[in-house]
Design a protein around this ligand. Structure first.
Ligand SMILES: [Zn+2]
Length: 387
């Protein structure tokens, strides 16, 4: 069979970051976690920090030997809240990457911000109830929270005229001033409902417990707190601050490592760079729901040109045929399915993956009710597939 134009069993890479949960990913993959290691992310892609393995004939080898994907597909289990971050657009990434190269900052230096010259749009689909921070609230809403919390009311007695100057003032305050306000806020939290995950107080309390007097805690009251339900999605554009708080999701992103951090992290924060690249516009979170792309498949539309996520459902004892538009990765979320191309066939079950090169006809014969995640690079053809 041809080495580069068919379907192959695929194996992703687990990332054991400390914020990950212990159970969700092992149970999804059907593996043991006897020593209780955190399982934060499962990566399927060709990123140099964890390329997937593909089985060619009898041997496993890096997927990079067959293709270089423009996207990275992940499954995340967020147990402890993640850092607040934003990402550059393509132009900013090119300028920043060149500038840091000219300054001679090594690619792996802790204070290096631009690791490559690419942008990093991201889309996530919730696999459970999922909470995140996403973009600045309206000025009205920010003013309301400042009035509501005595610590803020006392500290910010002046009129808050715009988000940019208010946020800049907070981020540029002395550490002593930040600490004094946060100490008062910690007291205020004793008087309010800290049990409700749909209120910022719950997350502020958790952030105090995890990070101490971290200036990122102010942002919990300045950003939108979004609660997604299973199957709902959200897209992170360049410049939009965001932080994943809790839950499981599928995430897909352009292949890049460019992150500006804005708090809730022990990692390097460059305030000047962050402020120069942040969008201070009010964001009304746009929850994306899937739309049918065929009788058995749903897609999540987004502006990204590098990636698209689709969900395929095949009922037990039925068969569907797919044509791959691009190099594509598939992950079985549930069930058991026989995969067939002209050249070969194999069985895939919950937690297993396969890779299909472009322009392959793939037949899926479901042995039980089966749900798959499909990652593609969209094309015009993808838009016009008949339903
Ligand atoms: Zn991000």
């Amino acid at each position: 069979m041809s080495q580069t134009t068919t379907i192959y069993p695929l194996r992703g890479v687990i990332q054991h970051y400390a914020w990950g949960g212990q159970h969700y990913i092992p149970s999804l993959l059907g593996t043991e976690n006897a020593d209780g290691q955190p399982h934060a992310e499962y990566w399927i892609g060709t990123h140099s920090k964890g390329p997937a393995q593909v089985k060619v004939d009898a041997d496993w080898q890096d997927l990079t030997t067959l293709t270089k994907l423009p996207y990275l597909l992940k499954i995340l289990d967020v147990n402890a809240m993640l850092s607040i971050q934003s990402h550059p657009n393509k132009g900013q990434a090119q300028i920043g990457f060149d500038r840091e190269n000219e300054a001679g900052i090594p690619l792996d230096a802790p204070h290096r911000v631009f690791r490559d010259d690419n942008h990093k749009p991201e889309l996530m689909v919730a696999l459970s109830d999922f909470w995140l921070l996403h973009g600045f609230r309206s000025l009205e809403s920010i003013r309301q929270w400042v009035q509501e919390m005595p610590a803020f009311r006392a500290a910010f007695s002046e009129e808050i005229t715009d988000i940019e100057s208010f946020y800049t003032r907070i981020m540029r305050m002395s550490e002593a001033e930040q600490r004094s306000i946060l100490t008062d806020l910690q007291q205020d939290l004793k008087e309010v409902d800290t049990e409700d995950k749909d209120l910022p107080h719950y997350w502020a309390l958790r952030a105090f417990e995890s990070y101490g007097m971290d200036p990122g805690i102010f942002s919990i009251y300045l950003y939108n707190l979004v609660h997604l339900r299973t199957g709902e999605a959200i897209y992170q554009e360049a410049g939009i601050p965001h932080a994943y708080l809790e839950g499981q999701n599928i995430e897909i992103m352009a292949n890049s490592d460019n992150v500006f951090r804005a708090g809730l992290t022990p990692k390097h924060i460059d305030i000047d760079l962050l402020l120069a690249h942040l969008s201070f516009d009010t964001v009304v979170p746009k929850v994306i729901t899937s739309e049918a792309s065929s009788s058995f498949e749903r897609r999540y539309p987004s502006p990204a040109t590098e990636f698209e996520i689709r969900i395929i459902d095949v009922t037990a004892a039925t068969q569907v045929t797919i044509n791959s538009f691009s190099p594509e990765c598939y992950f079985v979320l549930d069930g058991q399915v026989q995969i067939e191309s002209e050249a070969n066939d194999f069985l895939c079950q919950k937690g297993e993956s396969f890779y299909a090169s472009k322009d392959i006809q793939i037949q899926l014969n479901a042995l039980s009710d089966t749900r798959l995640v499909r990652a593609i690079t969209p094309s015009k053809a993808a838009e016009t597939q008949p339903i």
